[in-house]
Design a protein. Structure first.
Length: 387
């Protein structure tokens, strides 16, 4: 029996767009796993080009804001040029736009990522699938402009299918990381790709999973702390040294900063939002919002999962958990209210209550520890129910 390879992880544009510099914890973690050979990182060529387009667009938007500000200042200026640096900003933006694509390819290449080439699928096949409205094609818009959408998604999937056929077998696993479940998944099963797409993988096809976000890989891949830097950090954490003190201070500050943030409601609506991930709490609320968080700092626990390969001395990457009480507010429809609920309510109108209550939770963070022992960043991954 052929031994299974490390899972192949295909990353869609939806994971590049919010973090075009691959700097947040989910990308740091993914790149580390790729470097250690715990996963095969695959990025279709189409995704690279879409990321470049998003990067250039964001730079253009920021430059436009600077131009508008410069124009407004010049109208109020009586002592010369109101903003002499605007030309330098334009030059810098032009240089960034020119250099980003190669920078991105190099950054992925340093951890062994495979850029999947454009597919060999024929235009005839693409057209036929579009006319049949097969996944990932769908009808978009209304009226005279109504038409088929999904061309780039089709190229992405065809790249994956062709490369998978040559490099994966039935004992392997293919993981597609995309928030675009509408185009890639069947309505009743968003844990894998649509059946019509899986058929493209052939008879000796790998198992296929779909994840919404890179951070969800944490539940699938093992934690393997090994090197000396990791062991030294664990010793510091156990001895309640500088690192633990820094973590507890950072957690307290982060909890204060999170107050007032919206809570993502993908439990009720699979269109993942930008709010805090409290989905595992199964909140019975509409428009939930976090009022405050009070962390039990004595409960802080940290597990090292690796070092960032781009730095020397190494930056340490850890998962951090802490117990906390979360006070949450939102709305409940009158018809949905359960009198046994632990949320207190006040009537807003004949149809809606305003609700407020607390939950005991475990906060899961990803953190980076710099060589001097300070906390480089602390990102909240999710809040889970306390045991």
């Amino acid at each position: 029996m052929t031994e299974a390879k490390a899972p192949a992880v295909v990353v869609d544009t939806t994971e590049f767009q919010p973090d075009l510099l691959l700097a947040k914890s989910s990308w740091l973690q993914t790149r580390l796993w790729a470097l250690k050979g715990q996963l095969q990182l695959w990025v279709p060529e189409v995704v690279i080009r879409e990321a470049v387009r998003h990067y250039r667009s964001q730079l253009d938007q920021h430059l436009t804001k600077l131009d508008d500000a410069d124009d407004a200042l010049s109208k109020l200026s009586f002592g010369g040029d109101a903003h002499p640096g605007i030309r330098e900003h334009r030059d810098k933006v032009a240089a960034l736009q020119t250099g980003y694509e190669q920078w991105l390819r190099d950054r992925l290449g340093r951890v062994g990522a495979k850029i999947l080439p454009l597919p060999q699928v024929s235009h005839d096949e693409i057209l036929s699938r579009a006319l049949r409205e097969e996944k990932p094609f769908r009808i978009k818009g209304d009226g005279p402009k109504k038409g088929s959408d999904g061309y780039r998604d089709m190229l992405i999937w065809a790249s994956v299918a062709e490369y998978s056929a040559a490099h994966l077998g039935a004992s392997d696993t293919l993981i597609l990381v995309t928030d675009n479940h509408t185009d890639f998944c069947d309505v009743k099963d968003t844990a894998t790709v649509a059946a019509v797409l899986r058929a493209d993988l052939g008879n000796d096809a790998p198992a296929v999973q779909r994840l919404a976000r890179l951070i969800d890989l944490a539940g699938l891949l093992p934690v393997q702390p090994q090197d000396a830097a990791e062991i030294r950090l664990q010793d510091d954490l156990a001895a309640e040294g500088k690192v633990r003190a820094g973590l507890t201070e950072a957690i307290q500050q982060e909890c204060e900063a999170l107050a007032g943030r919206e809570i993502a409601d993908s439990y009720r609506d699979e269109r993942f939002g930008t709010g805090l991930d409290f989905d595992e709490l199964r909140l019975p609320l509409e428009e939930p919002r976090l009022r405050w968080l009070e962390a039990d700092l004595a409960s802080v626990r940290a597990t090292v999962y690796g070092t960032d390969p781009d730095y020397e001395p190494p930056l340490i990457l850890t998962r951090v958990t802490v117990a906390a009480e979360a006070d949450i507010e939102g709305y409940i429809h009158v018809s949905d209210y359960d009198e046994a609920s632990d949320f207190s309510v006040s009537l807003v109108n004949d149809h809606m209550y305003e609700a407020e209550g607390s939950r005991l939770v475990v906060l899961h963070f990803n953190a980076r520890i710099d060589p001097d022992g300070s906390v480089g960043f602390l990102d909240l991954e999710k809040a889970a129910p306390a045991a």
